[in-house]
Design a protein around this ligand. Sequence first.
Ligand SMILES: *[C@@H]1O[C@H](CO)[C@@H](O)[C@H](O)[C@H]1NC(C)=O
Ligand SMILES: *[C@@H]1O[C@H](CO)[C@@H](O)[C@H](O)[C@H]1NC(C)=O
Ligand SMILES: *[C@@H]1O[C@H](CO)[C@@H](O)[C@H](O)[C@H]1NC(C)=O
Ligand SMILES: *[C@@H]1O[C@H](CO)[C@@H](O)[C@H](O)[C@H]1NC(C)=O
Ligand SMILES: *[C@@H]1O[C@H](CO)[C@@H](O)[C@H](O)[C@H]1NC(C)=O
Ligand SMILES: *[C@@H]1O[C@H](CO)[C@@H](O)[C@H](O)[C@H]1NC(C)=O
Ligand SMILES: *[C@@H]1O[C@H](CO)[C@@H](O)[C@H](O)[C@H]1NC(C)=O
Ligand SMILES: CC(=O)N[C@H]1CO[C@H](CO)[C@@H](O)[C@@H]1O
Length: 865
Amino acid sequence: MIVKVLLLLCAIYTALADPVYQLRNLVRTDVGYTGDLHLESGSSGPYGRDIKNLKFELTLETDTRLRMRIVDRDSKRWEVPNVVRTGRPTSAPKNPKYTVDFRAKPFGFEVKRFPSREVIFSTLNTPFVYSDQFITIGTTFPKAQPHLYGFGERAAPLRLETDDSRYTMFNLDNTNTYKENLYGSHPFFMEFRNHSAYGVFLLNSNAQDVIIKDTPRPTLNLITIGGVIDLFFFLGPQPSDVIQQYHQVIGTPFLPPFWSLGWHQCRYGYKSLAELQTVVNKYKENELPLDTIWSDIDYMQDYKDFTWDKTRYPQDQVKSFVDTLHKNNQQYMVIVDPGIHAENGYAPYEDGIAQDVFIKKADNKTIAINKVWPGYCAFPDFTHPNTEKYWDGLVGDFLNDVPIDGLWLDMNEQACFCEGEGPCPPEPLTPDDSPSYIYNFTITPKRDPLPGFDAMYPPYTPGSQYNRTLSSKSLRPDTLTHLGLQYDVHNLYGLYQINSTARSLQKYRDQKRAMILTRGNFVGMGSMAAHWTGDNWSSWLYLRLSISGILNMQLFGIQFVGSDICGFLNDTTYELCSRWTQVGSLYPFSRNHNGLNQRAQEPYVFGGEFTAMARTHLNLRYSLLFYMYTQFFMGSINQGTVWRPLFVEFPQDDEANTAHNDAQFLVGPSLLCSPVLTQGHTSVKAYFPGTDGWYDYYTGQFVSRGRQTLVLNAPWDFLPLHVRGGRVIVKNTPALTSAETRKKPISLLVAINSSGAKGGLYLDDGESLETIENNKYTFVSYKAEVLKGRNHVRLLNNVQNPSGYVESQDILINEIVFYGIVGHSCRVEQKGELLPFHIGANNVLTVSVRVGVQKSLDITVLCVE
Ligand SMILES: *[C@@H]1O[C@H](CO)[C@@H](O)[C@H](O)[C@H]1NC(C)=O
Ligand SMILES: *[C@@H]1O[C@H](CO)[C@@H](O)[C@H](O)[C@H]1NC(C)=O
Ligand SMILES: *[C@@H]1O[C@H](CO)[C@@H](O)[C@H](O)[C@H]1NC(C)=O
Ligand SMILES: *[C@@H]1O[C@H](CO)[C@@H](O)[C@H](O)[C@H]1NC(C)=O
Ligand SMILES: *[C@@H]1O[C@H](CO)[C@@H](O)[C@H](O)[C@H]1NC(C)=O
Ligand SMILES: *[C@@H]1O[C@H](CO)[C@@H](O)[C@H](O)[C@H]1NC(C)=O
Ligand SMILES: *[C@@H]1O[C@H](CO)[C@@H](O)[C@H](O)[C@H]1NC(C)=O
Ligand SMILES: CC(=O)N[C@H]1CO[C@H](CO)[C@@H](O)[C@@H]1O
């Protein structure tokens, strides 16, 4: 580790009005450096109230990670608790892949790779301002149009635009408005440069803007209006390393219950229990797999949480409906919003008052009220110690009445219908009101910086380019939670709610894994819950954006994610819904969900040919349940994400083919999907990355050696899917539920490259918590070796931890399919015994076997060249 202090002459720095901090007392500690920063008298930031004395602490946390905290030396400022999972190291790393140089005046620093000395982050040529309500720090890039990713959540292309773009991060129910800030905040970015990557994470929960420019010089400025500067740098060097290093800090994704990987059906506007029953029946009649049926707010009595509508969803009838679902290995999920209707006589409200758990107005006495679906509501403060017990009681009673399988947490940005505390549209506000009516985006008043702190109208407001204030569609920023001002904690609302809810769900469901689907999200959320990308439009643009949305979330550690299949708002069409069902069958989270009053879009409503198309693709998903589950497991142990952008998996390819590519994606390392995303098209241009080669997933035809663009044929009912040479895929025999699917025999698809193939299968009971920690799992790895040429292949398995998990009924492998074998007159044997096989089109060799998945496997194929 080399640290160099550059004492540059400050003579070149003449703009005295800009803040100038001078570095003093640079001290080497056991794990890094500390220093003091003094604001030069006469200099100040654009909004005044600069903090005079700062101190920084640079911690060399690992060989590939360092952390730079810059805080107020004289008083404590707001900091985000609980999100970071890694502690302070006890000793400095041995072979750091970086060095840091400081400039004393004006203070600045540079992070460089070691030993190449390539600069990856340099504050030297960007403003550094640290005032009470406006903090900015930035970096420059060697070239314009860097390949940057991150700064969610938004509906936008995967690669960030760099030409004078402003990206706002502040959780907002914003109906997926293109490029604007949406339901979650993730102040993380990664740059992919010259076939390698690094990442930067700003641990800060305040409202933020990021400004990226190509001219006059390529820069990126992070702006936050509170908290502290707490930056993590991840050195990679590969994009997949950066993701791993980031997830180590924020928590790896949770392993979902196995059933939740099945197909889900929902809509807003299933008006009665009978309708739900009909949907479940229709799926069955049409032989379409369905694991879980959902209820949106329709089930509630007057949209009040933890109630059942007395006539449309009578509680006792719902209970027997759920019991029947469970007998059929199906599940039921319902929505719950955080807003508790402020109504005397409504127990959740009265209990909340008694236990003092609601968010307060600025006076710290009166309860803050805003309007949501049921009308005027109070909002549980999930950061308050009393709230855990309060919420646990509500969830416990609710599950006691009806044994639902998980909760869908919506509106937890937290979203309200009115700006701050009004003015609100007159009561009654029914959910039928069009959302545009209730939006109220007003302009932040322009005024001189105030002498003191102003939560309501800070001198700089992120998102003000959209004419919004910090109160837009939410509580006022001066309302109070136990942790602090809404101004600071707004973005954390969902995170705290999820944390409470997860524990209660586990408790009342026999310590089984919980399924929580949340809309509001923040850094670290993916370690606890699933996410859907919100109220998307039924349009071709949003079908396309669903891919970048899901890929982005993988970077943020949220791997269990999907978009509303066929679209939520506006009516879908036959062709759009068909394409969406195809792509959606490979979403990590696959749910068809529809808006109120939109035309029906369940996979059977369009009739014969459509239903057959849907059945094919739902079956495709169910045939990949073990493959998907294994990817989820790998993600949970920080070994790669479920979906991957091409550049992450193939960083060595020409960046022109991968860096902008968000129309294709990989599922795990082995499957490449190239969907049609354009109306009226029946072919698609697809890039085939890498050098392992690709086979048509369905036919075994070898289509490309890699690093090549091809035009693929894709009629309206066809999803182009390819398997990578060198990979083994475990395939299920699809049944109508995931539980029945896992009882059926499996097959192995062995797609060989010039050296062979490998793959794996993770098995556990699909529902227990901490199966890894408790050693209640089995992992089977597969390895095929090409012995002399592709005419001679040996396939072996290795069962790790064989007694860790044993399925009650042995899972049988009944077929092994080889892609890429050459030759004829083959002979296939297992431990000296001949096995029956046949060779079909494309020289696909299919072997019949009958061997338990946890038994040893040793199969040799030998053909005449
Ligand atoms: C979730 O709750 C647990 C237990 O109170 C706590 O230890 C943890 O830090 C919380 N996590 C977050 C992200 O709030
Ligand atoms: C890219 O990296 C290689 C070494 O990994 C280096 O030799 C080359 O100069 C770099 N190119 C650019 C444009 O930075
Ligand atoms: C609000 O009141 C509670 C006691 O009811 C107190 O613990 C808390 O510190 C107060 N918060 C502020 C910001 O004054
Ligand atoms: C939006 O807010 C402004 C001022 O705060 C108010 O005059 C206007 O009536 C509001 N509009 C709606 C639709 O509530
Ligand atoms: C914001 O308000 C200004 C002034 O009313 C208007 O000109 C501008 O178009 C608005 N911008 C947006 C994004 O709505
Ligand atoms: C929704 O449908 C309406 C009416 O057909 C159309 O004007 C509007 O552009 C659509 N919205 C989107 C986002 O596609
Ligand atoms: C072939 O596949 C194996 C196993 O996935 C992999 O390790 C290897 O890099 C691939 N490529 C070649 C050229 O062997
Ligand atoms: C189809 C789709 O899901 N599009 C976008 C929906 O909104 C999210 C953000 O909430 C985007 O990430 C998706 O790309």
